[in-house]
Design a protein. Structure first.
Length: 279
């Protein structure tokens, strides 16, 4: 009797949850879909999938996007268009300079923890005004300094690489995409745990405004080192989804205590003279 009850319950829950969605597709498959979509876009043979009213109705009852994307607010960088996708496909955070600060990271935690996306793309773009402003040392007011301070490490790194002045902004834009990944990995225990478990992949990319093409840069070059630095955390093998609700408070106050990539490197190398992440 109990067995039949379990069968009925299992069957009912399957029926209730069964939807023709792409929820939980592998990061590699998600990346392939994005690459193919961008290729169609570049070659002007877009299919505009999932942009019908039917699709709109279908996803009105729930969303199962196949990727989370952190990109810039720039009006020339609309992810659904440049990846040739539609309603319910992409879970997108857009913020000037595609920076990963508290709210952006919280949103991405929701994307991977609750919506089940296995891929996070941090997407920069050429001629990014936010990165350019930092690289040129432009004077900004209001709340903008608190925003662009997230970009400063990338510009410092680009300068540290000895890049020529003419290529400085382009390089800073690439490094800023990696900076976003780094900030996510350093600040989000939840996402870091999913990366440890090979359940989430983070890749950097840069969209070229003049060609429409996305340049894929892969994982953060120091990802292993960053993960290793945090590997001593007691609970890193535990499931992370249940702890998504942990508040990340002190949005800007916290930034002064964040570990910069150099700090992570220095600390993991046993060097006590870690750099500050601040400007
Ligand atoms: Zn931008």
């Amino acid at each position: 009797m109990r067995f039949f009850f379990l069968v009925i319950v299992a069957g009912l829950s399957y029926f209730l949850s069964a939807e023709p969605t792409e929820r939980g597709i592998l990061a590699s498959e998600a990346l392939k879909k994005l690459k193919e979509g961008n290729q169609r876009f570049v070659e002007e043979r877009v299919m505009r999938p999932n942009q019908t009213f039917d699709r709109l109705m279908k996803v009105s009852t729930g969303q199962h996007p196949f990727v989370s994307i952190l990109s810039c607010s720039d009006s020339r960088v609309p992810p659904e268009m440049l990846f040739d996708q539609g309603f319910g496909d992409l879970f997108v955070v857009r913020v000037a300079g595609n920076v990963a600060d508290t709210d952006e990271i919280g949103t991405l935690e929701y994307g991977v923890g609750h919506l089940g996306t296995e891929l996070i793309v941090v997407l920069g773009h050429t001629k990014c005004g936010a990165v350019s402003a930092v690289a040129k040392g432009a004077s900004v007011g209001g709340h903008i300094p608190a925003l662009v301070d997230n970009i400063i490490p990338a510009v410092k790194k680009a300068k540290g690489e000895g890049v020529k002045e003419s290529g400085l902004i382009d390089r800073a834009i690439e490094l800023n995409a990696f900076q976003g990944i780094e900030d996510i990995l350093i600040r989000s225990k939840e996402i870091r745990h999913l990366v440890y478990q090979h359940r989430v992949t983070l890749v950097g990319a840069v969209y070229d405004l003049s060609t429409g093409k996305v340049k894929w840069m892969g994982e953060h070059p120091d990802q292993e080192r960053i993960l290793k630095f945090f590997a001593s955390e007691k609970s890193h093998t535990e499931g992370a989804e249940g702890s998504i609700s942990k508040p990340d408070t002190g949005k800007k106050k916290e930034s002064s205590t964040l570990k910069s990539p150099s700090a992570v490197r220095s600390a993991s190398d046993g060097d006590a003279a870690a750099e500050s992440a601040g400007p």
